[in-house]
Every structure is written in structure tokens, then in C-alpha cells.
Design a protein around this ligand. Structure first.
Ligand SMILES: [Zn+2]
Length: 483
């Protein structure tokens, strides 16, 4: 044994001596290093190639594998890819059902069953949806629907109520972000459900073969109360947003959002200057705040309903410099870009379910003006605003000033408005919980201003909607001035 060992050592010594002779010590060392490195590398690569096929499968959620194996099918209900797992299907169907749209929730489940035949049994789930649907009743009278409205909200009370000449106007006619959130919460707790103004009516054919309006069909659980919401002048006027008078929004503004923009997630949000000059995006006005609230409480919105944004034309729309005056201030590219962005925002607003309404072009009283001035103003809105925001069938009267009293519409002013495509007309009337007229060719609705004046001075008028005393912002200067 010893002899053998010596002989092996000698062989090894001779081998190394020969190697050093031929290549020298440095090269031999290098060869040895490479000789060790290559197998090590191969081993590492081998581990990386082969191990994922065996080990990580234990970590992958089986639902992910199932999802990968199922083909993408576009849902007719959502217009988007059908959920591929049971969990995601339930989430999507629950959300639709929360908005009282049980038929579409059921349809989504059936689409899923048709697309993925190896899916779970949904009998119990579908039975639950049908039971919930059976609890809904047709709202007995759509002329009994309240319509509340706001102006752009005060996001920073310290700047709005800073004692300057605008303070009293804001205190009378504006609502703060905190007040708005409190109003939504109280109305939600009292069973109010936001509906689309268009769902209050439907078109039927009368005995003479004419298309006429009649009461729409709204199916809600007993006790729930539909309401409509609108926002006036979502133009982010300079007096609110431009503190130094250069035509651009800045931090010296009165503490309002200055724009609607499309956020990183594709949803419409606000742009806003904080007091220190930081430009931020987020929920600072009605649209994104209401979206946030409905995200948390999907049963606050009937079948995807949202509110109405009513815009004028004399200072551009949604905070963009789209008024023709800006053509001489901006370069052609800059102006076109403003229009392009305003159009994109308008599309996104409507895609989220909101209605864009006309609030006149120049904001004067349509009741007191002559029919020619009304016609010219309507035409100006059609020429300058309609190309950006699209067709509008809702007219929100400036100052709430209607073209008639409670009597039926007739005459030149009505003919002009009808010819321009308007069929829903909203004035301001807070003397009742609701005021609605449904005629063959048009609907009228009174709106309730939930602003500083109303919250402070006439709390009993709105007591069915909210407890105004508990809503008023502690930073609002009191007393609110009288009118
Ligand atoms: Zn207005």
C-alpha cells in the first residue's frame, strides 16, 4: 500500500515538473484556475436552468397557472377582458351587483361559465344575485328625485377665506372639500343613491306614433332614494386660480383646484397648487372626490351613474386655455395642445359615466335676456365648446334663471334651445326636496344649492337631505353673509 502511494506521488511530481517545463509556473497556474472555473460555471448555469422547472412550481399560485391556461375573452358586460379566476369573477360581479345591476352581474357569471367550462358551480351565487334583484322595486315616481349641486370646491379654506374681496362670494356660493365629503357620507347613510339624470326619463311611442318622454325605470331596494348631482362652472376661472393675474394658475390662488387632468392610472383627477407652490395631482374637487367615495361605497351609485359637469365657454373648459383669445398669446402648437388635452379629458370624463352639460357661453340670465342674445350665446357655445366636450342635451341655466315659470315651455327661446339639441333643463329651486316636470319633448328639474348660504341660513329646507349644522366647515367664517 505504501509503495503504491509513493508511486502515485512520484507520478504527480513528474507530471507537475513536466508541466512547469513546458508552460512555466504562471501559465500552469492559469490553466488550473480555468480548469476549476469552467466546471463551477457549468454547475451554476445547470442549477439555474433546471431548478426553475422543478422547485418554483411549488411557489406559483395554482390560480395564476389556471389564469395562464385560460384564453382571453372580451366580456360584453364590461367591454374588458373577462376575469379568468373564480376570485376575480366574484369581485367583478359583486361590484356590478353593488350598483343594483343584478342582470349584468348574472350575465357576467354566465359569460364566465360559457368561456371556461371547467369552472366551479355558481348555482348558489346566482341564486343570491336573483334574490337581491327580487328585493328591488321600481321607484314609484321619478318626478320625486332631488337634484343637488355645487360649484368648484374650496380645497384650502385659509386661502379662500383670507379676507379679500372674494371671501363673501366664496362664503355664500361655495362648499368646502370637508363639507362635500360630509354631505356625501350623510346622504349615503340616509339611503340616497346617485342616479344619472337621463334615467329619470325614457322614450316611448304614444298612440299617435310620436316619440315622447315618460318616467324612466329605476329599480332600487325599498327605502333607497335616487338623487342627481351636478357641478356648475367647472372651468376653474382665473379669479379663483390665478393669484398674480398672468393668466396661469399659481399658489397665490384662492385655494381651488385649477384643472382636471388624466392621472397616471388613466382616471380623471385634479391638478392643484399647494400653498407652498408645489404642484400636485389628486382629489381636490367634486369629480375625483365623488369617484373616491363610490370606490369605497359602490352601492352609492346606481348602475355606474355619475354626476353632471356644467361648463361655460368664456374662459375655456376644465382649466385649459381653449378660449380663442389664447390663440394670439400661445404659439399654434401650444394652443392646439391645450385643445387636445381638454378633448382627451372630456372623453375620459364621459367614459367614467359623467355627463357634460351646457351652462351657457357667457353666463348671463337666460330668463331675463332677449331671445336673440340667447340664440347668439347658444350658438357660441356650439361653436367653441361643443367641438371640445361633445354634444350636450342637458342645459344648466346660469344663475338658475329659467326661461319660464311653472307653465309649459313655448316660444322663441324654447324653440332655439330645442333646435340646439337640449331636452333636459335645470333651474335652481331649493324650496322643495324636488321639483320635476316630464313633458312629451323635454324634462325640467329644480336644483338645490348645497353651498354656504344654504348650509347656514336655511337648514330646515334641506333637513331631509342632510343635517346641515353638523356639515358646516369649522374654518368657514360665520355668520355666512345674507343675500
Ligand atoms: Zn354658474
Amino acid at each position: 500500500m505504501n509503495g503504491l502511494k509513493t508511486s502515485k506521488t512520484e507520478k504527480l511530481n513528474r507530471f507537475w515538473a513536466a508541466m512547469f517545463d513546458i508552460f512555466g509556473q504562471k501559465k500552469t497556474a492559469l490553466f488550473c484556475f480555468i480548469g476549476l472555473l469552467i466546471p463551477t460555471l457549468l454547475l451554476v448555469i445547470g442549477v439555474r436552468i433546471f431548478v426553475p422547472d422543478t422547485v418554483p412550481n411549488d411557489d406559483i399560485d395554482p390560480s395564476v397557472l389556471l389564469e395562464q391556461s385560460r384564453e382571453t375573452v372580451i366580456s360584453e358586460v364590461t367591454g374588458e377582458a373577462l376575469p379568468k379566476t373564480e376570485e376575480k369573477l366574484k369581485l367583478a360581479a359583486d361590484k356590478i351587483a353593488a350598483g343594483y345591476d343584478y342582470d349584468n352581474a348574472l350575465k357576467l357569471v354566465e359569460e364566465f361559465e360559457a368561456a371556461y367550462t371547467d369552472c366551479d358551480d355558481h348555482t348558489a351565487y346566482k341564486e343570491k344575485l336573483n334574490n337581491d334583484k327580487a328585493l328591488c322595486v321600481r321607484y314609484e315616481d321619478t318626478t320625486k328625485v332631488s337634484h343637488i349641486f355645487f360649484h368648484s370646491l374650496i380645497a384650502d379654506t385659509s386661502r379662500a377665506f383670507d379676507g379679500d374681496e372674494d371671501q363673501d362670494g366664496y362664503n355664500l356660493y361655495m362648499t368646502t372639500v370637508d363639507e362635500f365629503n360630509a354631505i356625501m357620507q350623510q346622504m349615503y347613510e340616509r339611503g340616497y343613491v346617485l342616479v344619472d339624470i337621463h334615467s329619470m326619463i325614457k322614450t316611448v311611442t304614444d298612440e299617435n306614433g310620436n316619440s315622447v318622454y315618460t318616467q324612466g325605470d329605476i329599480y332600487l331596494p325599498a327605502g333607497k332614494k335616487p338623487f342627481v348631482l351636478s357641478v356648475d362652472d367647472v372651468n376653474y376661472y382665473k379669479y379663483m386660480t390665478d393669484g398674480d393675474g398672468d393668466g396661469y394658475a399659481d399658489a397665490k390662488s384662492d385655494g381651488f383646484a385649477n384643472k382636471l387632468v388624466i392621472g397616471d392610472d388613466g382616471k380623471v383627477t385634479n391638478e392643484y397648487y399647494e400653498k407652498d407652490g408645489t404642484l400636485v395631482t389628486g382629489s381636490y374637487d367634486v369629480l375625483p372626490l365623488l369617484e373616491d367615495f363610490i370606490e369605497k361605497h359602490p352601492d352609492f351609485s346606481y348602475r355606474g351613474a355619475r354626476g353632471i359637469l356644467a361648463v361655460t365657454g368664456f374662459e375655456g373648459v376644465f382649466g385649459y386655455h381653449t378660449h380663442p383669445d389664447w390663440k394670439s398669446i400661445l404659439t399654434e402648437d401650444e394652443y392646439n395642445n391645450e385643445v387636445k388635452q381638454a378633448k382627451a379629458v372630456s372623453e375620459a370624463i364621459k367614459a367614467q359615466g359623467w355627463t357634460i352639460a351646457c351652462h351657457s357661453y357667457a353666463h348671463f340670465g337666460y330668463g331675463s335676456c332677449n331671445p336673440y342674445d340667447l340664440a347668439a350665446d347658444v350658438q357660441k357655445w356650439e361653436d367653441q365648446v361643443q367641438p371640445i366636450v361633445g354634444d350636450a342635451d342637458v342645459l344648466i341655466y346660469p344663475f338658475g334663471q329659467d326661461i319660464a315659470g311653472a307653465e309649459d315651455y313655448e316660444g322663441q327661446k324654447y324653440d332655439t334651445l330645442k333646435a340646439a339639441g337640449y331636452s333636459i333643463f335645470c333651474n335652481v329651486d331649493a324650496s322643495n326636496d324636488y321639483w320635476v316636470q316630464i313633458h312629451d319633448g323635454y324634462m325640467r328639474q329644480g336644483r338645490i344649492n348645497l353651498d354656504g348660504y344654504r348650509l347656514y341660513h336655511t337648514q330646515s329646507l334641506i333637513s331631509n337631505l342632510i343635517d346641515a349644522a353638523t356639515v358646516i366647515d369649522k374654518n368657514r367664517p360665520l355668520p355666512v353673509p345674507s343675500l
